[in-house]
Design a protein around this ligand. Sequence first.
Ligand SMILES: Nc1nc2c(ncn2[C@@H]2O[C@H](COP(=O)(O)OP(=O)(O)OP(=O)(O)O)[C@@H](O)[C@H]2O)c(=O)[nH]1
Ligand SMILES: [Mg+2]
Length: 329
Amino acid sequence: MRIKKIIAENLSEGKVLIKKELGEDAIILSTRNIKNSETGKDTIEIVAAIDEKIKNVPKAVSKSRSEVQEIDNSKIENLIESINYPFLSYLDKNLAAKYIYLKKLGFEETFIGPTLQSISKSNNLDISEHDLLNSIISRIKIDNLFQKRISRKVYGFVGPSGVGKSSTLLKFAVIHKLMNSSNVLVIGANNHNFGANDLLAAYCKVLDLNFEKAGSEEELNRLIDNKKAYDLILIDFDSKSKYTNSSLENILILPVNGSPNYLSKQLNIYSSSFIGLSGLDENFEIQPIVELLINKNLTLCFYTNGSNIPDDIELADVSGIKKMILSNG
Ligand SMILES: Nc1nc2c(ncn2[C@@H]2O[C@H](COP(=O)(O)OP(=O)(O)OP(=O)(O)O)[C@@H](O)[C@H]2O)c(=O)[nH]1
Ligand SMILES: [Mg+2]
């Protein structure tokens, strides 16, 4: 117990002085009015006390609070790390760095795991980040179907509703006609959306492309069989079409900003090994597509980046994909 006696002009000034001397928890034991012997003024004498144990409590509490905070901060950092990089603690230093690098670029563990495994198996642990990314990209199969002259091929444009099947088909047709002097036939086989075939016919007229309409599977079979004179037959399907034909190869148009789940679902619906991407003029992350292309051994044919026919279609290329990956990292 510490006891203090102070003289003040009045009680409220005295209380302030006591708190200053002994702290907030000081207890006033007694007060007494007295006259200042020199000035003759009325003053107040206050005797107050503080229990030293109580006085130390605030300091002790604040110290332990900051300790708790430090512990909490490091715990939180560990927690965040284990959420962001759940497999970090299982990896050696070399692989851990690569894991963090690929994670930061936006790849998922389901893709990173096998990639790190193959580095480890091939004893290539010293591979630089740059070479690691290049080796991932080199696993993407690219075949720019509109860059070369194609003969006697039948391609169907399939995919979910509104993804850009018809407009991509028209871009593809015009480019082949202009660049490769191909003899192209466009077939409208969208019998699900009212007026879709007529709209396509109108586009073909404007773009000077040969057009035929197939109102049924039988008609489509007949058109494919009878039109051997064309280099290229391009069929515009609706999203519900399940048409198959031994001479037909489908190009699945996928929106580049589709979620991983959505993309694999589309792949199950429209089993196709050729992929065209649409919507590269919008916000997107390319990593889910890259993972899908590699994991499912698909071939990327081209991508579209707008609605202008035929301008907004681009050759898929490795350096472009690398730039897209790095811009997301
Ligand atoms: N911004 C942007 N728009 C696109 C792209 N590709 C297509 N579009 C537009 O998307 C809309 C739908 O395109 P369509 O070609 O009709 O799509 P679809 O898959 O044939 O649609 P359905 O036949 O109704 O299933 C049109 O307005 C196109 O101009 C693209 O890469 N970027
Ligand atoms: Mg369409």
